[in-house]
Design a protein around this ligand. Structure first.
Ligand SMILES: NC(=O)C1=CN([C@@H]2O[C@H](COP(=O)(O)OP(=O)(O)OC[C@H]3O[C@@H](n4cnc5c(N)ncnc54)[C@H](OP(=O)(O)O)[C@@H]3O)[C@@H](O)[C@H]2O)C=CC1
Ligand SMILES: O=C1O[C@H](COP(=O)(O)O)[C@@H](O)[C@H](O)[C@H]1O
Length: 597
């Protein structure tokens, strides 16, 4: 199984004869720009040859143990300002060549990870803890440094204290936890600076160089800052703190614009300073274990793929709900709303993975090509296929829960939806006529994310009369529960044991907690590791992003221009009743409403 096992991660350690991600080829002791192959070892255990993705002048041959031999042709006419992925400038005198002229890499590199916006919520909640988890699992390279960068004044010690408050050890791996935390924290540093100051980023560069100690430097910048300052930060990082000898990559957090135009403008601006393959647009839902497993389920089990079409599937549902409101994030949320916050990215990405054709291979570009095709085959959303809602205050058990508009950062007359349900359609041969329903909401009765696949009726079912009048209750349903309590279960009809002929619905249940003792890694761990390894499969390419916005932009404009009023629903409820009418129009019943779910 492809998992984040420490065995895979240890490929980075100094004991490994060759490190894949940061392999530095050496060329006759001269300054020479070389290319690095960039497909992670953990996906390529059996693959032995590949072409460098970014440099057409070099070919790499991957040996079965993961070592990379790189045949080098000099690269000319580089644009100095742009940060070219995978180009190395190496002056080491060490070299090893085989008879065919391939040079073998040795781990003389370092990775510097700069969290831009280190004082913020996401950095504290997710990024630093994920980096620590990777460190704990031996997934980070031997030489690495973590830098926090933000405007707040902080010393290294203060950053470490802040970070230490959110670090946890895995439940199943507690040994040496405190010691490991201390070791990790010693590798964390802080630099205070403005996001639009080349000078401040140049100071950061100087500090990074000191830590890199003359090794080939690979640099990852994680932009954990509000979107209006992305470009300034990218510009300054690119001009003043990009690596001069290794790769430079930038993780960009959502939102990637508000609509097609602003997203395209953001991409254009980013591309002034970065190549597309340096931009890692993160959608953390793609890093979730069960989303990652979706393709495994489909493409490596004979029993599912033949059923994966309009012939057998009646509808598919993507459901996201949270049992808390937007408290504390109202300022951000009011400018975006639930459709942009959850549907246009997280749910649509899952839909694309669910519905895509079989990719040529597991390579990032093959998968992303298939996702784009699905997105481009979809009909843009229409107002009549959408229901929106907004939560209102509700008192339960003596506790009063606030309305969305009670938040001080939200205008009292805000029409921003905190709930939406939508019916989408893919106009291709596989999915023609199948409703893909989405439902996403804040302040609902439960916290859950799941995919529900409802199958058609069994034609001429011999047992019809044993089901009573509600034949819909007798159809099969496959549920992929992304969170919480990860599970995959299939509802089947079964004979109740006994002398009579009574049927019931039972679950064939793969319950992760019961099946696997290993704790499931957080999505940010997988994605950070992928970014460090140069694996783009789980990041959004710009054409995917354009296709996603093209589906939602006309609807979003219409909602705003016509000032459509959202349906009210009480905090903690199941959402507006309109969602049921929408589903009923397509002869669908939401799968999360039954007594046995
Ligand atoms: N928080 C979350 O759960 C999620 C966040 N995201 C995205 O991640 C990014 C970071 O989110 P989050 O950590 O919540 O953001 P924060 O609002 O906490 O901002 C992060 C840091 O950016 C700086 N900052 C905040 N506002 C401004 C401003 N107006 N001008 C300049 N600097 C500012 C602050 O640092 P300082 O003042 O020290 O410079 C702050 O600590 C955003 O793009 C967000 O949309 C995506 C998914 C989930
Ligand atoms: O991107 C976002 O995701 C979170 C939900 O993420 P989860 O991993 O906790 O399910 C959501 O709360 C937030 O509004 C949104 O911006």
């Amino acid at each position: 199984m492809a998992s984040l096992s420490s065995t895979n991660c240890r490929a980075y350690s100094s004991t490994s004869s060759s490190s894949y991600a940061a392999s530095s080829s050496v060329h006759h002791g001269h300054h020479q720009r070389l290319a690095v192959s960039s497909v992670p070892k953990r996906f390529l255990r059996n693959k032995i040859s590949l072409q460098s993705q970014s440099n057409p002048f070099s070919t790499g041959v991957r040996m079965q143990d993961g070592a990379v031999a790189t045949k080098v042709t000099p690269v000319e006419n580089e644009t100095p300002l742009k940060l070219k992925e995978g180009l190395l400038s190496v002056t080491s005198s060490e070299e090893s060549k085989d008879a065919a002229g391939f040079e073998f890499s040795e781990d003389k590199s370092t990775v510097s990870i700069t969290v831009v916006g280190a004082s913020g919520d996401l950095a504290k909640k997710k990024i630093f803890p994920a980096l620590f988890a990777l460190y704990y699992e031996d997934c980070l390279p031997e030489h690495f440094t973590v830098y926090g960068y933000a405007r707040s004044k902080m010393t290294d010690a203060e950053l470490r204290t802040m970070v230490s408050r959110t670090l946890t050890c895995r439940i199943d791996k507690r040994e040496n936890c405190g010691e490991k935390m201390d070791q990790f924290l010693k590798r964390c540093f802080y630099h205070s600076g403005q996001y639009d100051s080349e000078e401040n980023f140049a100071e950061l560069d100087k500090k990074l160089r000191e830590h890199e100690g003359g090794r080939v430097s690979n640099r990852l910048f994680y932009l954990s800052i509000p979107p209006n300052i992305f470009i300034n930060a990218v510009k300054c990082a690119s001009l003043s703190a990009s690596s001069s000898s290794g790769w430079t990559r930038v993780i960009v957090e959502k939102p990637f614009g508000r609509d097609s135009e602003s997203s395209a403008a953001l991409t254009r601006s980013l591309k002034q300073y970065l190549e597309e393959d340096q931009i890692f647009r993160i959608d953390h839902y793609l890093g979730k274990e069960l989303v990652e497993n979706l393709s495994v389920l489909r493409f490596s089990n004979l029993i599912f793929e033949p059923l994966w079409s309009r012939q057998y599937i009646r509808n598919v549902q993507f459901i996201f709900s949270e049992d808390f409101g937007t408290e504390g994030r109202g300022g951000y949320f009011d400018n975006y709303g639930i459709i942009r916050d959850i549907m246009q990215n997280h749910l649509l990405q899952i839909l694309a993975l669910f519905a895509m054709e079989t990719p040529v291979s597991l390579d990032a570009e093959d998968i992303r090509n298939e996702k784009v095709k699905v997105l481009r085959s979809m009909r843009p959303l229409e107002l009549e296929n959408v229901v929106i809602g907004q939560y209102k205050s509700h008192t339960k058990g003596g506790v009063t829960y606030p309305a969305y508009t009670d938040d001080k950062t939200v205008p009292k007359d805000s029409l921003t939806p905190t709930f939406a349900a939508a019916a989408l359609f893919i106009d291709n041969a596989r999915w023609d006529g199948v409703p893909f329903l989405m439902k996403a909401g804040k302040a609902l009765h439960t916290k859950r994310a799941e995919i529900r696949v409802q199958f058609r009726h069994v034609p001429g079912n011999l047992y019809n009369r044993n089901f009573g009048t509600d034949l819909d209750r007798a159809t099969n349903e496959l549920v992929i529960r992304v969170q919480p309590d990860e599970a995959i279960y299939l509802k089947i009809n079964n004979k109740v044991p006994g002398l009579g002929m009574r049927l019931d619905r039972s679950n064939l249940n793969l319950h992760y907690a019961a099946r696997y003792s290993k704790e499931i890694p957080d999505a940010y761990e997988r994605l950070l590791l992928d970014a460090i390894e140069g694996e783009r499969r789980l990041f959004i390419r710009s054409d995917e992003l354009n296709a996603a916005w093209a589906l939602f932009t006309p609807l979003l404009k219409e909602l705003e221009e016509k000032k459509i009023i959202p349906e009210c629903y009480p905090y903690g409820s199941r959402g507006p009743v309109g969602a049921h009418y929408l589903a009923a129009r397509y002869n669908v019943r939401w799968g999360d409403l039954g007594l046995e779910q």
